[in-house]
Write a protein that binds this ligand. Structure first.
Ligand code: ISE
Length: 335
């Protein structure tokens, strides 16, 4: 069977997903593209012989679309997610699932109403081999329990329309999710510190930031979010346990040797650094949808991450005061 995918959002991330589905993965093809810029949708759709729509709603309603990928901005995800759930179609949605906890709750309620987990949130780091090994090391029990996680999230630069809010809801949200995944528990308290700002930023931006979070069992997470570091895309993570530490490997790139010495080539973007993880995520999702099964992070994970983001934003607005994360108790449906 070939899964017929409709993709909403013909921007850079959407086009990268089309490329992987069409040229790198098995079992699916892209049959429709939607974008509020209809010409943009047509430009991606035509070479594929796919249909083009000016709205997500039309694409979701198309009976030739079996499953949906959403690659638009977080703040417009909710109506399309709800339409997918109502239509009974599996959907892989880029992070953040929603930008408000209220919208997140509506997604949880809709899935429980139809009685089926249909939403997968695109937290692709869960499919990265390095993070998976870190989780296995902790689960093995060999090194004891976790006490600390040190994270660094560095982007070369960001465009002018990227806001200080995005430092948390678009960038640090990856560490929020991956730490929940690694540790298998919720984050309960957050504080965001704002050190001296880099001169390399647009003036409206507070960059870098450090997010400090505490989990239910008291594990302390520190996350340096630094989005104008200039030199490359660099993600680091070290999990500290009682009797050992495990750190993400270097970025699997080549070593350059020249008159300046030896150095590792460095990734330029998340699409590059997490290429294999994105492919794994999509391939597993395609296979799972064929079997009528849910895979990857759930709507609960999307909701929980947004609740932590909200606490982080509140802390930032209040000079770094520690804020307790407020979220509903996890419904048994998501256990
Ligand atoms: C972007 O949306 C991502 O998801 C990247 O992984 C992250 O590094 C970047 O900061 C975000 O803007």
């Amino acid at each position: 069977m070939t899964l017929r995918i409709g993709l909403i959002g013909a921007g850079g991330m959407g086009r990268a997903h089309v490329e992987r589905i069409e040229n790198e993965l098995a079992g699916a093809r892209v049959v429709a593209i939607a974008d509020i810029n209809l010409d943009g949708a047509k430009a991606v759709a035509e070479p594929l012989g796919a249909k083009a729509y000016g709205s997500g709603a039309e694409l979701i309603a198309d009976p030739d679309v079996d499953a949906v990928v959403i690659a638009t901005f977080g703040k417009v995800h909710a109506p399309d997610l709800l339409a997918c759930i109502e239509a009974g179609k599996y959907v892989l949605c880029e992070k953040p699932m929603t930008t408000t906890a209220e919208d997140g709750l509506a997604i949880l309620e809709a899935e429980q109403r139809v009685g089926k987990k249909l939403v997968t949130v695109g937290f692709m780091r869960r499919f990265d081999a390095g993070y998976q090994e870190m989780r296995k090391a902790l689960e093995s029990g060999e090194f004891g329990y976790a006490t600390l996680v040190h994270c660094r999230h560095r982007n070369p630069s960001v465009p002018e329309n990227y806001t200080t809010r995005n430092m948390i809801d678009d960038t640090a949200i990856h560490e929020i999710d991956i730490c929940r995944y690694l540790l298998g528990e919720e984050i309960v308290k957050v504080r965001v510190d704002a050190p001296r700002a880099t001169s390399k930023r647009f003036p409206h931006l507070q960059d870098p930031l450090v997010l400090v979070a505490t989990t239910e069992s008291g594990v302390l997470i520190d996350d340096e979010v630094n989005v104008n570091i200039q030199f490359g895309y660099s993600i680091e993570c070290e999990l500290v346990m009682e009797a050992g530490t495990i750190r993400l490997g270097d970025q699997e790139k080549t070593v350059i040797r020249d008159g300046h010495g030896n150095r590792n080539a460095i990734c330029g973007s998340h699409i590059d650094r997490f290429h294999a993880a994105f492919n794994q995520e999509f391939q597993q999702w395609i296979r799972a949808v064929e079997r009528d099964e849910h895979t990857g992070s759930s709507a609960w994970d999307g909701y929980a991450a947004t609740c932590v983001v909200d606490a982080g934003l509140e802390s930032l607005e209040n000079g770094g005061r520690e804020v307790e994360v407020s979220m509903i108790a996890k419904p048994a449906f998501y256990a």
